[in-house]
Design a protein around this ligand. Structure first.
Ligand SMILES: NC(=O)c1ccc[n+]([C@@H]2O[C@H](COP(=O)([O-])OP(=O)(O)OC[C@H]3O[C@@H](n4cnc5c(N)ncnc54)[C@H](OP(=O)(O)O)[C@@H]3O)[C@@H](O)[C@H]2O)c1
Length: 400
C-alpha cells in the first residue's frame, strides 16, 4: 500500500486531496499532510507535519526526516503582490522542497509527483484566452508576457524528474469551488457571505460582477472532484509526464447560476438589475494584448483582439468595508452564532475578479477523457453542496 505526502494541506485544493486519500485506507496507508498551520482534525491514517517551504533546505530536510512516500502532491501556494514575486517565491518553494526530499533520501522511493497549478496557464488573468483552452496550447512566453510562475514550477518539475526515477503530473483547475479557512482565493465562501449579508440588510440581490459576463460561459472545478482526479492520476500508469485541465465537465453561466443562488438564500434579483448605471462599481484594464492575440494571425483575427476588462457593478472590496455592511455581518454572526472572523478573512478582490471578466472561459476536458478519466460534477450541485458545508462550519447562516 502506498503512502502520500501532500503539501498545502490546509489550502482549498490540498485539504481536499488529504481527505480524499484518507477516505481510502486500504489504498493509502499513510498520508503526510504538510503546512505551516494545522486547521482541521484528521482521520487516523493522516499525519500532519509543520513545514515552512520558504525556509532553509536543511531545516526543511529536518522537518521531513523519516517521511517516505511513493506519491507526492504539491498544492502549496503563497500569494505575492507581483507576478515576478510569484515566480520567485512559488518556484523556490517547489525547488527547495524537491532538494529537501533529495537530502533525506526520500526521493528514491517516490514514483510520481503531482503539481497543482491552474488555468492561469492559458493567461486567463491577462485577458481573453483562446477558447476552448487545450493542454497543447503554446505557453505564453517572451518579452510581451509577464512571468507565469506555473511555467517555472512545471520546468522545475520536469528538470528534476529527468534526473530522478519519478515521473510527474500537473493539473490545471479553474474557478475553484470548495472549502478552506483564511486562504488566498476563495470564491464560494465570499459569494455566500455577499448573499447572506445582502439578505440580512433586506436588500435585493444584484450580480456584483460584469453585466457582459453574466450571460457568458465559465467552467468551474469542484475541489472534491479535483482531489478524485489527483488520486486517479497518481495511480494511472498512462498519466505520467502529462498535464491535464481539471474542471467539472459542464459549461456554466451566471445567467443560470445566479437565480439558483437567489432562490437558495431566499432573496430576490431585481428584474432590471443591469438597467441603471451602477454608482458603486468600477473598471480595470487587463494586459494590453490578451492571450488570444497570440493566435490572431493564424485565426484571421488580427485587429479583433481588443484589451479585456474587469468590470464591477459593485466593487466588492469597497462594499465589504462599508460600515452598514460590516454592522449587518456582526448582527448576523452574533444572532446565528457564526464564525465572527469569516467576513474579514474573505477574498473580496478574488470574487470580484471571477465575476468581473468580460470574456468566456471554456476549458476542454477532452485530454483527460482520452486518458480514461470519467469523473464529472454538475456545477450547481457543487456550489450548493459547498454552501451547505459552509453552513455546517458556521461560516454561513442556515438558509432554511
Ligand atoms: N483557489 C482557487 O480558486 C484556485 C483556482 C485555480 C488554481 N489555483 C491554484 O491552485 C494552487 C493551490 O492554491 P490554493 O488556492 O489551493 O491555495 P490556498 O488555498 O491559498 O492554500 C495554500 C496552501 O499552501 C500552504 N502554504 C503557504 N505558504 C506556505 C509555506 N511557506 N510553507 C508551507 N506551506 C505553505 C498553506 O498552508 P499554511 O498557510 O498553513 O502554511 C495552504 O495549505 C495554486 O497554484 C493556485 O494558483 C487556485
Amino acid at each position: 500500500m502506498p503512502s502520500a505526502i501532500v503539501t498545502g494541506a490546509t489550502g482549498i485544493l490540498g485539504r481536499e486531496i488529504v481527505f480524499e486519500l484518507a477516505k481510502n485506507p486500504s489504498q493509502w496507508s499513510t498520508i503526510h499532510a504538510l503546512s505551516r498551520s494545522k486547521k482541521a482534525d484528521y482521520p487516523a491514517n493522516v499525519k500532519h507535519g509543520r513545514i515552512d517551504l520558504t525556509g532553509d533546505v536543511n531545516k526543511m530536510a529536518k522537518d521531513l526526516e523519516g517521511m517516505e512516500a511513493e506519491y507526492v502532491f504539491f498544492a502549496a501556494y503563497l500569494q505575492q503582490d507581483t507576478e515576478q514575486e510569484n515566480w520567485d517565491v512559488n518556484g523556490d518553494m517547489l525547488h527547495n522542497f524537491l532538494d529537501a526530499l533529495k537530502l533525506t533520501g526520500a526521493d528514491r522511493k517516490v514514483q510520481r509527483i503531482l503539481l497543482v497549478t491552474g488555468v492561469k496557464q492559458y493567461g486567463v488573468h491577462l485577458g481573453v484566452p483562446k477558447n476552448p483552452m487545450e493542454e497543447t496550447d503554446p505557453w505564453l512566453r517572451g518579452p510581451e508576457w509577464p512571468p507565469n510562475f506555473y511555467y517555472r514550477q512545471q520546468d522545475i518539475l520536469k528538470e528534476y524528474s529527468e534526473r530522478s526515477s519519478w515521473d510527474w503530473v500537473v493539473t490545471y483547475p479553474n474557478d475553484v469551488i470548495g472549502v478552506a479557512k483564511g486562504n488566498f482565493m476563495n470564491a464560494t465562501t465570499t459569494l455566500g457571505l455577499y448573499v447572506a449579508v445582502t439578505k440580512e440588510m433586506g436588500q435585493e440581490l444584484y450580480f456584483p460582477g460584469s453585466d457582459k459576463f453574466y450571460t457568458m460561459f465559465d467552467c468551474f472545478t469542484d475541489t472534491r472532484l479535483h482531489a478524485q482526479f489527483c488520486a486517479w492520476a497518481a495511480l494511472e500508469p498512462g498519466a505520467g509526464n502529462q498535464a491535464f485541465n481539471v474542471v467539472n465537465g459542464d459549461v456554466e453561466s451566471w445567467q443560470n447560476l445566479w437565480p439558483k443562488v437567489a432562490r437558495r438564500f431566499g432573496v430576490k434579483i431585481p428584474e432590471d438589475q443591469f438597467a441603471k448605471p451602477s454608482t458603486e462599481g468600477g473598471r480595470a484594464k487587463m494586459q494590453d494584448q490578451p492571450p488570444l492575440s497570440a493566435w490572431a494571425k493564424e485565426m484571421g483575427l488580427v485587429g479583433q483582439t481588443a484589451q479585456s476588462m474587469v468590470e464591477h457593478r459593485i466593487d466588492l472590496v469597497r462594499w465589504s468595508q462599508r460600515e452598514d455592511v460590516k454592522k449587518a455581518w456582526e448582527r448576523l454572526a452574533e444572532r446565528e452564532g457564526l464564525d465572527q472572523e469569516a467576513f474579514g478573512k474573505e477574498t473580496w478582490w478574488f470574487l470580484g475578479f471571477v465575476l468581473g471578466r468580460d470574456f468566456n472561459i471554456v476549458v476542454s476536458m477532452s485530454k483527460a477523457r482520452e486518458f480514461g478519466w470519467t469523473g464529472y460534477m454538475d456545477t450547481w450541485q457543487s456550489l450548493s453542496e459547498t454552501l451547505d458545508e459552509l453552513e455546517k462550519l458556521k461560516v454561513l447562516p442556515k438558509s432554511k
